[in-house]
Design a protein around this ligand. Structure first.
Ligand SMILES: Nc1nc2c([nH]c(=O)n2[C@@H]2O[C@H](COP(=O)(O)OP(=O)(O)OP(=O)(O)O)[C@@H](O)[C@H]2O)c(=O)[nH]1
Length: 327
């Protein structure tokens, strides 16, 4: 069996763009795009390796900020384990030593490059965490303050009319805990979940019960909830992961369970000025997506424009009933 080569790779993001470099002729995987990095030497950590490699190969000073994920991949001649970290650029002019091209790629455009095969799952992992790590962890309290005061009474009524009293609701992406608190105050049982540990702490304070910290991509509930409420949360789920997440939603619901989700109106992925990734739909696309999964019947799907700070924002909402289990 071939031994595994451990490689640390860095995802350097700036202004909603990510740094990519193309391996120069003569190297393994020449012509393929990759994240900068290199093999981890004995007696160094992946973080130390990465900061060293970025200095040696590009002449830049950087600081590793956090872990993104990893992928083991076998090429014909070798097996590599890529360990990816998000990296902050500090100083230095980028120089090319082991690469013949470099570029800053907009996050929604990342899939358009011809990447080294081992890197492809890392792009998905990065996209699924980018909104969390760049915004919700860092700005949890200001976000929570801004959202706790929004009045969603008409929307709650539209959802709750389909539920029995005391129904068990999963608040998927509970954020500040605003909606969980409302549902608890109205006699419903709540399980609250959020991907940001910082927001989960804030929500725990508000609702006085434990909040689960997990990504919706990882949830494994089976036949547990009468309803799932995903208000402005799945809108951060990358396009290539949404079907898998909706299948998990279907599995998590009991038969006849009700699911609500809202997205920003639009077409495909985009990033906002705060560094969050959005996956946007119009109402036809959203209904087609949900119908394509099977095991769901759309109750209603509607578009609406709401005030947001100094401007307005168009949203698309969907209410769905589980009719069967997605195979
Ligand atoms: N640096 C880097 N290597 C990658 C990526 N994806 C990927 O499959 N690899 C593979 O992982 C291995 C890392 O090798 P490297 O050549 O970058 O590492 P290094 O600078 O320490 O190499 P050297 O000791 O040969 O100079 C290569 O086989 C490379 O093809 C990636 O995104 N970044």
């Amino acid at each position: 069996m071939l031994s595994i080569i451990n490689v640390a790779v860095g995802i350097i993001a700036k202004n909603n763009k990510v740094f990519a470099a193309r391996r120069k002729p003569g190297l393994h995987l020449a012509g393929f795009w990759e994240f900068p990095g290199g093999k981890i030497e004995q007696s160094e950590s992946p973080e130390q390796c990465l900061e060293r490699e970025l200095r040696e190969e590009f002449g830049i000073e950087t600081q590793v900020t956090h872990y993104i994920g990893e992928n083991i991949h076998s090429y014909n001649d070798k097996t590599v384990r890529l360990i990816a970290y998000q990296v902050e650029y500090l100083s230095g002019d980028f120089q090319l030593r082991d690469h013949d091209q470099m570029q800053w790629v907009a996050i929604p455009e990342l899939d358009s490059l011809v990447w080294a095969e081992a890197d492809i799952p890392l792009i998905s992992q990065f996209k699924s965490k980018v909104s969390l790590t760049r915004f919700y962890q860092k700005q949890a309290s200001s976000y929570a303050q801004e959202t706790t005061s929004v009045d969603l009474e008409p929307l709650y009524a539209r959802f709750l009319q389909h539920l029995k009293p005391n129904a068990h609701i999963l608040d998927l992406g509970c954020g500040s805990g605003r909606d969980s608190r409302y549902f608890l105050n109205h006699g419903f049982e709540i399980t609250a979940l959020d991907g940001s540990s910082e927001l989960a702490k804030i929500a725990e304070n508000l609702i006085k019960q434990k909040v689960l910290v997990a990504l919706y991509q990882d949830m494994l509930f089976d036949n547990e909830f009468d309803a799932i409420w995903a208000c402005a949360s799945l809108l951060h789920c990358p396009e290539d992961q949404i079907l898998s997440v909706l299948s998990r939603v279907n599995k998590a619901l009991k038969k006849d369970g009700v699911f609500y989700a809202s997205f920003k109106w639009g077409d495909g992925e985009s990033c906002d000025a705060l560094g969050r990734l959005f996956n946007n739909y119009n109402s036809e696309q959203l209904q087609a997506l949900v119908n394509g999964i099977g095991g769901f019947k759309v109750i209603e799907c509607w578009e609406e424009t709401k005030p947001l700070r100094d401007t307005t924002q168009k949203w698309v909402n969907i209410l769905v009933r589980k009719t069967g289990t997605k195979k």
